[in-house]
Every structure is written in structure tokens, then in C-alpha cells.
Write a protein that binds this ligand. Structure first.
Ligand code: GTP
Ligand code: MG
Length: 195
């Protein structure tokens, strides 16, 4: 897709009413610090529109990025951030659940996993939650630049086994630093938008 214009259109916090959009939505979920906002910036060709941080817990709202008035990329709050109070975590969990359950325009959910690490308990819960809500999760293995090329297939296998993925689940490696994988993700997103 040729990116003509992008803007952060809607920001939803725990008390917000979720929007009823008319454009297709593609959502990005994953642990805090896994690289959701960095991926969204790379997809949009914008350096800092989605705020990123080396401190986990940066994105605490559901942010809707409008791409060419044609679709929304939806940045979900990260889970598993230890320093957040339990009551806050529960509220974010409810917000994400409300979104996954309620959005009428949501076409697909991408689940981001750090390519270096075994999926966590929370990652497994999230994966199953996405499936439970009727979506076929697409896994993006982030921070591809952090491992040797010869290790990539081994790590993808580790992620597939760790999550006990369905046979049809795709795992796409990606680096926000080198942009490797960006085209493949856009090709897939363009197909999903039309479904
Ligand atoms: P929350 O908003 O806290 O949920 O985090 P997030 O998932 O949005 O992560 P974010 O994009 O803010 O990235 C977290 C950190 O990882 C930042 O320091 C990024 O620069 C770094 N990072 C993200 N993607 C990559 C990548 O592909 N390669 C490398 N080397 N670093 C990355
Ligand atoms: Mg973020």
C-alpha cells in the first residue's frame, strides 16, 4: 500500500465508549515492550507517530491510526507489565476484551512475540482469547535483527510449539530496525481488509 496520509484518530481509555468505525480494523496485541508501536510506525513509514519507549507500559490506551482513510491500525495496550497494579491490569484486560468482543469492523488480530523468547503464560492466554473470539491469530515474531539468520527457523518453531498454534497459523518474522518483513505483512493486511 502507498501511504498517503496517516493520523491518530481515536484514543480509548478504560472508561471510554469504543467507536463504531466504518473502516476495516487490524489490531496488534502483545506483551509490553514487544514492539507493537514500533511495528505500527514501520508499517506507516512514520518514525514517531505511535509513541514507543524502552520503558514497558508506554501504550495504555487503544489507539486507532487512520491509514489513507481506508483502514485503521489498532495499537492495543501491552500486557504483562509487572509494575502496573493488579487493579489497573484487570481494567486494561477488560478494555481489550471489550474491544475484541465488540468491534464489528475488526478483520484480524496480530499477536506479537519477541523472536528471542519462549511465549509466556500471558501470550498463551492472549492467543487462546483471540481464537475464542473467532479470529485466526497471525503471529509476528519481532526483533528479528536480534538473532542470527541461522537461528530464525529454530526460534519460529519454538514459538509455534510454545503457543501450540493451529496448523493454519502464520508466523511472520519482522524487524522494526531493518524493516525486514514489512512488505509481507502489508501484503497479508491488504488481503485481510478485503475479506
Ligand atoms: P508498550 O506500549 O509498552 O506495550 O510497548 P510496545 O509493544 O509498543 O513496544 P515499543 O514499540 O514501544 O518498543 C519497545 C522497545 O523495543 C523500544 O525500545 C523499541 O525501540 C524496541 N524495539 C521494537 N522493535 C524492535 C526491533 O524490531 N528491533 C530492535 N532491535 N528493537 C526493537
Ligand atoms: Mg506501545
Amino acid at each position: 500500500m502507498v501511504i498517503k496520509n496517516v493520523s491518530l484518530d481515536i484514543v480509548c481509555g478504560i472508561t471510554s465508549v469504543l467507536p463504531e468505525n466504518e473502516r476495516p480494523e487490524l489490531a496488534f496485541a502483545g506483551k509490553s515492550n514487544v514492539g507493537k508501536s514500533s511495528l505500527i510506525n514501520a508499517l506507516m513509514n512514520r518514525k514517531g507517530l505511535a509513541r514507543t519507549s524502552s520503558q514497558p507500559g508506554k501504550t495504555q490506551t487503544i489507539n486507532f491510526y487512520n491509514i489513507n482513510d481506508a483502514l485503521y491500525l489498532v495499537d492495543l495496550p501491552g500486557y504483562g507489565y509487572a509494575k502496573v497494579a493488579k487493579s489497573e491490569k484487570e481494567k486494561w484486560g477488560k478494555l481489550i476484551e471489550r474491544y475484541l468482543h465488540g468491534s464489528k469492523q475488526l478483520k484480524a488480530v496480530f499477536l506479537l512475540i519477541d523472536i528471542r523468547h519462549n511465549p509466556s503464560e500471558n501470550d498463551k492466554i492472549m492467543y487462546n482469547w483471540i481464537v475464542h473470539n473467532g479470529y485466526n491469530p497471525i503471529i509476528i515474531a519481532t526483533k528479528l535483527d536480534k538473532i542470527k539468520r541461522s537461528q530464525v527457523q529454530k526460534h519460529i518453531k519454538m514459538i509455534k510449539e510454545g503457543l501450540q498454534v493451529l496448523d493454519e497459523t502464520l508466523v511472520l518474522p519482522f524487524s522494526a530496525q531493518t524493516k525486514q518483513g514489512r512488505e509481507e505483512i502489508w501484503n497479508l493486511m491488504e488481503r485481510l481488509m478485503e475479506e
